[in-house]
Structures are given as C-alpha cells and as structure tokens.
Design a protein around this ligand. Structure first.
Ligand SMILES: [Zn+2]
Length: 69
C-alpha cells in the first residue's frame, strides 16, 4: 500500500508492504496520481496524460520479498 509522510516540509511517498509494513520503494507524486471525473487533464512529469481512475493493484496490494516467500 502507499504511505504518505511529511518530514521537514517535504512530502515523502513510499510503497510499503501490506503485510509487515516495511518499505519497498520510494514513489513520486506522479506515481499515485489518478484522474477524477471532475478533474481537468492531468499530466505526469514526462508530459504523459494520466487517464487512470484508480491506483494499480501493484500499488495498493504490495508484498515485500520476505512476505512473498
Ligand atoms: Zn512484508
């Protein structure tokens, strides 16, 4: 799942294991952006339009290597 923290005024977004809660990887804001029906067009940092309306399962349901065994 995704965890958002604020540290020293910085927003830190991480992908963490749903099972043990350990950090799997760091994410960028673009990685967790979704388009809402009311939104204008949204783009990621590479200029690609974001059209997904929900987060991919790989971000909401994560297992670290240890829990995957
Ligand atoms: Zn785990």
């Amino acid at each position: 799942m995704i965890k958002v923290q604020f540290k020293d005024g910085q927003q830190i977004i991480k992908k963490i294991c749903n099972h043990c809660g350990c950090d799997i990887s760091d994410l960028e804001i673009e990685d967790i952006m979704v388009k809402k029906p009311s939104d204008m067009r949204v783009y990621d940092k590479n200029g690609n339009e974001i059209t997904r309306t929900e987060l991919p399962k790989e971000l909401t349901d994560c297992k670290c290597e240890t829990c995957n065994d």
